[in-house]
Design a binder for this molecule. Structure first.
Ligand SMILES: Cc1cc2nc3c(=O)[nH]c(=O)nc-3n(C[C@H](O)[C@H](O)[C@H](O)COP(=O)(O)O)c2cc1C
Length: 207
């Protein structure tokens, strides 16, 4: 059966820099015979978590919107590629809203002590693509931490980062052939079970 790769684009800009890198990574995954799916959060209606904590009792989110559809795709996927711009040193709001809604998965696992994925032992892996307009030492630190906890809640192994600095204008990433090439390569390597196996995510950071 083909490996299912889900790409989530969180940038509000259609064909923005992180979005274009994600598309390239998905093309790489497809070249490795994966079945790929792309979703763009700005096309969907996902409200922020209201901290009602009803999920602590039910394991389910009390708000019904497009989150449930995205959640089932995230739980079904073998691989996840999550793309975000850097906004104020972190993921953008669209990304954070989705991540916060995963609190129901956290409650399911850690409050109700139920296994998240039926058929445990599945090889589920995730990678991050992030693009910032400037360059600073700590630019990707918050992203690392946020994504680590997000992937943990999804029972996915965090295997790779593609971080790109100093790309600001919409679509400017097209003038960065190495970044596009690395996105394609990481997307294709993410599919195979024998590659990218390390405990810590591998980093590709470009300027
Ligand atoms: C609200 C906002 C906040 C931003 N914050 C940062 C930042 O903290 N550091 C940085 O280097 N670039 C920042 N940028 C620039 C974006 O990261 C940059 O334009 C990036 O290429 C956008 O990626 P996208 O085209 O995938 O949306 C910010 C842009 C916006 C609109």
């Amino acid at each position: 059966m083909a490996v299912k790769v889900l790409g989530i684009s969180s940038s509000p800009r259609l064909k923005g820099n992180s979005d274009l890198l994600l598309r390239e990574a998905l093309a790489g995954a497809e070249s490795a015979a994966a079945q790929v799916e792309y979703i763009r959060l700005s096309d969907l209606n996902i409200s922020p978590c209201v901290e009602c904590n009803s999920c602590y009792k039910t394991g389910k989110c009390g708000i019904e919107d497009d989150y449930q559809m995205v959640m089932s795709k995230m739980l079904d996927a073998d691989r996840l590629i999550f793309a975000t711009p850097i906004f104020f040193m972190n993921v953008c709001a669209q990304a954070k809203i989705l991540i916060d809604r995963c609190q129901c998965l956290w409650a399911h696992k850690y409050v109700l002590n139920k296994p998240l994925i039926t058929g445990s032992g599945r090889d589920r892996r995730a990678m991050v693509i992030a693009v910032g307009g400037t360059k600073s030492k700590k630019m990707f630190e918050s992203i690392r931490l946020t994504m680590k906890y997000y992937f943990d809640v999804l029972d996915m192994r965090y295997v790779a980062n593609l971080f790109v600095n100093k790309v600001d204008d919409c679509g400017e990433i097209k003038k960065h052939p190495l970044a596009m090439k690395e996105a394609y390569r990481l997307g294709s390597e993410l599919v195979a079970s024998e590659t990218l196996p390390s405990e810590k995510p591998i980093d590709v950071e470009l300027t």
